[in-house]
Design a protein around this ligand. Sequence first.
Ligand code: BQF
Length: 277
Amino acid sequence: MQLINGKEISMQIKDELKVKVEELKKEGKEVTLAVILVGDDPASAVYVGNKKKACEYIGINSLSYELPASTTREELLSLISKLNNDEKVNGILVQLPLPKHINEDEIIKAIDPSKDVDGFHPENVGRLSIGQKGFVSCTPAGVIELLKRSGISIEGKNCVVIGRSNIVGKPMAMLLLRENGTVTITHSRTADLKSVTSKADILVVAIGKPKFITADYVKEGAVVIDVGIHRMENKKLCGDVDFDDVAEKTSFITPVPGGVGPMTIAMLMKNCVESVL
Ligand code: BQF
């Protein structure tokens, strides 16, 4: 079993981006990301903090908008419109989830697709599905980058994705398909999940249930990528995969923390740099 060190690989990517941003500065080009956080969800605050720290490390300007949970859709839409029209702003990120009284789809649709560094706008989702250039959702993009930089080939492999969210599962499947994987998407209504996952050469797990995937779901020698993130009672983080049970059966596995999570941030930074090119 080989541990895939997402922290280390993400650092490598961030260092590459730092060089790129310095070069852009010599050409008089700056990179600026606007980060919008609505409400006071503690996990969201941590994620936004991680993104701002990464910007600082790389040399990307970050503009921070922290709005109360009582913010109306009109107020949020008007901020987005202002940022869409601000030529100094290259990327706009609205941290999800939003408070329940605001429709996320409407907000995402309001972001200029050319500044949609999260890759959530329907235009960018559509582009991914028909093989055109565009911003790709950061977490699944990070998973592909982890596989490539670990020397794991996707072509011809039996790839099984657990989870069908718009942010992870669906774009993950599209990306694996683009790399010529043979892709199966499973979800909460899948009959006999175990029989499907135990045929996977590459298993990407985004279920949202702590330590759900045990050794009996995994084929001997498989690559297991854990997208889940949960905070346990003892404050420690764990994934959707029961790491201690599964690890010895795999050829490669990602830990939580330090696996996919840091790659999500690195790919966001990559999208920000690409938004100025
Ligand atoms: C690590 C996220 C669920 C819902 C909304 C590093 C992050 C997490 C873990 C991070 C995530 C998860 C983010 C680690 C951003 C990934 O060391 O393991 C970084 O900041 N993430 C988000 O913005 O929104 C989410 C998960």
